[in-house]
Design a protein around this ligand. Structure first.
Ligand code: SAH
Length: 257
């Protein structure tokens, strides 16, 4: 192995150039090869156009990491791209797991954080994540459905705001319906729910609804769903979960205290 090879897991944010961090941009520009899911490579088409790109399909994550490791072993600086943040349902964990399994601790690894879908969706909705929240993926590709439902139920019981990643795909609709059903046992029908599709992409859609009406809103694999807790409310089209200041301070006093 030439000593210069490395793998950098790069989170490129939700999909717009303004939301790629300077550190992520720098990692892409200094790479010899950029590897990623086709759709994500499309979002960074204008960045580092001189750098060789290798795109692959969905569910090809293991193959992608294997290839990245091989290229690094041959002396290449590889940027392994994830949408959002590389460490939130992204490539960083799989990269570390595979290096560990293959006992390849000599390969330098860097992980560049990115703006995750939850940051992007929360900003578009208002401030729904001001207090404790849980993040759950509804994809039952790698996690058993019972486990997903159990985690949703535990979070619902604990009155956590919920961020639901991978809510639905064309092949997989039932988990989402089961989760909605479950949430209705623990939360009032008027609980605010934010549905953000394609955040910060040209086809972005932001919808504020309620738990009761959630099934009327189109939800797909490009969507993040944020379900409020008992205190979440909507004012002026913004979803807010109070952190608790109002219980300690007078928020309607405009003069300096
Ligand atoms: N690493 C990514 C998540 C990958 S899992 C991150 O940190 O954001 C893929 C899921 O993320 C999608 O099914 C969707 O639920 C969510 N997601 C990713 N980008 C999104 C965007 N721009 N708008 C809305 N949801 C998004």
């Amino acid at each position: 192995m030439r000593p210069s090879g490395s793998v950098t897991a790069v989170g490129i944010g939700p999909g717009s150039p303004e939301h790629i961090t300077p550190a992520a941009r720098q990692a892409l520009e200094s790479a010899d090869v950029i590897i990623g899911y086709h759709a994500y490579l499309h979002f960074i088409a204008d960045i580092a156009p001189h750098v060789r790109r290798i795109g692959s399909g969905m569910r090809q994550e293991v193959e992608r990491v294997r290839y990245a490791i091989q290229l690094a072993q041959h002396g290449n600086r590889v940027a392994l791209v994830s949408g959002g943040d590389a460490g939130i349902y992204g490539m960083a964990g799989l990269l570390l797991e595979m290096l560990h399994a293959q006992r390849l601790s000599e390969i330098p690894v860097h992980i560049i954080p990115g703006i995750s879908a939850l940051n992007a969706a929360a900003a578009l909705l208002g401030a729904p994540l001001m207090t404790d929240f849980a993040v759950i993926s509804l994809s039952d590709y790698l996690v058993a459905r019972e486990t997903i439902l159990h985690r949703v139920e535990a979070a619902a019981q604990a009155d956590l705001v919920l961020c639901l990643y991978n809510p639905k795909s064309s092949r997989r609709r039932e988990v989402f319906d089961q989760v909605c059903e479950l949430l209705r046992h623990y939360r009032a029908p008027e609980t605010p729910v934010g549905v953000v599709r394609a955040a910060y992409r040209p086809d972005q859609q932001v919808t504020l609804t309620t738990l009761e009406r959630l099934s009327d809103v189109p939800v797909d694999m490009h969507t993040l769903v944020i379900v409020g807790n008992r205190s979440t409310y909507v004012h002026d089209n913004r979803m807010v979960t109070p952190r608790g200041y109002a219980e300690h301070r007078n928020l309607n006093e405009s003069r300096m205290e």
